[in-house]
Design a protein around this ligand. Structure first.
Ligand code: BYC
Length: 472
């Protein structure tokens, strides 16, 4: 039975019987999905020290408690309404925002919400085995925090589908639990969410780069004319920040440890001989998840994106920082790749909105890489990490039929086949990573050899706090 205590919410759930009934019908299916497809081996006997959002104010948001994962209180929260909010971009600029879905945009909005919603359970599925290989109890807890929040983000999208899309919305909500990451017959919608994440280097790169796509997409949806969508995604962004923290600090701690091990082993030694993760392997995983996450922004030239913008459904990140919001006669200088050469052409800005968002995303990623490189620098290392060229390893958009190296230099199909594992993780790299992650570290305060401890614990708890406890 759904109640305000069980499902914390600020949408007056108990005052909306129709919605309450719809969610009551969906909830047991969600719990069944969570138990089958969520963290494996940590459903029944473990209690996890997690943060649960119980309201949108800073206090209610930072509520920490031990819970069994299937008993996490997945709540429904919208950021506070902005009084008299107006549409901020596109053809309806300056008009009142919508509290209901306009019939003519119903399909487009449903598609955007379903695509966003699909990524959330997908990521939980991708990460379901990681607990068995955790580098520490601190990291295990962070993994589960990320997982339960992705589950909450699914609830957020399901709330919108149930509230505003009637029968179709309810059907879509069911299908969100039926598609499965990596399933050949019923895969998840976007490609990056069908890739396995079976080791912690992948997990940290995923939370650094793919969750950052979550940030850029949610920022653009939080500008939406559909006010409930804008308010829902705005609150999701507060949780997204922690996911990127997990990714960025996870890699930072691996880099720290790699530097320490290299010093101990002597710089000419392969750090793998002392159980560390070498910088080329880190770079390959960066290449993999950055390029997959570039794909998540869609094609460079997209009539879908133009129409989302024109109709006010999906804007640019930080729309209010732009001078002009209708963007009817503006152009974007885009680089095309024609007959083996780069050619710059003008494209109508509205058609280039995916690329505009990707520009913002690349800038945000680049800042993170600079912070990582400071660690290498502080240890006197000459190695540096870098983002590969945007053309590298693309599966969506105009570069997808071609091959490029990380500098953006075109390659023939044969050259690519011969060299791709210089830049992307090979089966041997994965095998090595799994070999150093085969024994989970469950002892409080202990860390696997390949990663340094964090600077501080969660919620001012010590690093050796029992973040996950097993019931007797
Ligand atoms: N894989 O016109 P185009 C997150 C399809 S992550 C496979 O360029 P559009 C999270 C596309 O559907 C953020 N297919 O597409 C992170 C279209 O198909 P149709 C998730 C792809 O619509 C970590 C065709 O190619 N949020 O939250 O402009 C953990 C033509 O494409 C892909 C959103 O995605 C792909 N990568 O842009 C947990 C926001 N890309 O019509 C969570 C909502 C494109 O030919 N979604 N296609 O059948 C959107 O805004 C847009 O759907 C996209 C695509 C930006 C994804």
């Amino acid at each position: 039975m759904i109640s305000a205590e069980k499902i914390p919410n600020n949408v007056n759930l108990s005052g909306n019987k129709r919605l309450q009934r719809a969610l009551e019908h969906w909830q047991p299916k969600y719990i069944q999905w969570w138990k089958e497809m969520g963290p494996q081996g940590f459903q029944d006997y473990h209690q996890v020290y997690v943060r649960t959002a119980i309201s949108v104010d800073p206090e209610g948001w930072a509520h920490f408690e031990y819970v069994k994962l299937p008993e996490y209180r997945w709540g429904i929260f919208l950021a506070d309404p902005i009084h008299d909010r107006k549409i901020g971009f596109g053809d309806f600029y300056g008009q009142d925002v919508w509290q209901e879905v306009p019939g003519e945009f119903r399909n487009q909005l449903r598609r955007l919400i379903v695509t966003q919603g699909d990524t959330e359970p997908a990521s939980v599925e991708q990460q379901r085995l990681l607990g068995q290989r955790c580098p520490s109890m601190y990291d295990l807890r962070n993994l589960f925090q990320v997982n339960v929040e992705e589950g909450r983000h699914l609830w957020a999208m399901v709330y919108l589908l149930h509230s505003y899309f009637g029968r179709d919305g309810r059907d879509e909500a069911e299908e969100l639990l039926e598609r499965q990451s990596g399933n050949r017959d019923k895969p998840r919608i976007l490609e990056a969410f069908n890739e396995p994440i079976d080791n912690w280097l992948d997990f940290f790169m995923f939370t650094m780069f793919t969750d950052r796509d979550g940030k850029s997409q949610l920022m653009s949806l939080s500008e939406s004319s559909l006010d409930p969508l804008a308010r829902t995604t705005k609150f999701m962004l507060t949780e997204e920040a922690h996911h990127m923290f997990v990714g960025e600090t996870g890699i930072a701690r691996i880099l720290e440890r790699t530097c320490q091990l290299m010093k101990m082993a002597g710089f000419s030694e392969d750090v793998r001989t002392v159980g560390g993760i070498d910088i080329p392997t880190i770079q390959k995983h960066l290449n993999q998840w950055f390029s997959l996450s570039l794909d998540l922004h869609g094609s460079e030239v997209s009539s879908n994106a133009a129409s989302y913008f024109a109709n006010g459904l999906k804007g640019r990140a930080k729309e209010d920082t732009f001078d002009e919001h209708v963007v009817k006669n503006a152009y974007y200088n885009m680089e095309f790749f024609e007959a083996g050469k780069a050619v710059t052409k003008e494209v109508l800005m509205r058609n280039a909105m995916n690329e505009v968002l990707r520009d913002w995303y690349v800038g945000d990623c680049a800042a993170g890489v600079i912070r990582w490189n400071r660690i290498l620098e502080s240890h006197g290392m000459s190695d540096r990490l870098r983002l590969p060229d945007r053309k590298f390893h693309r599966g969506i958009g105009m570069y997808s039929g071609f091959h490029f190296d990380p500098n953006g230099v075109p390659l023939s199909a044969e050259q690519w086949e011969k060299r791709k594992y210089e830049w992307l993780p090979s089966a041997a790299d994965t095998e090595y990573l799994l070999s150093i992650m085969d024994k989970p570290v469950f002892e409080p305060g202990k860390f696997a050899n390949y990663i340094a401890p964090p600077r501080r614990g969660i919620n001012q708890q010590p690093i050796n706090f029992e973040y996950v406890r097993r019931e007797a």
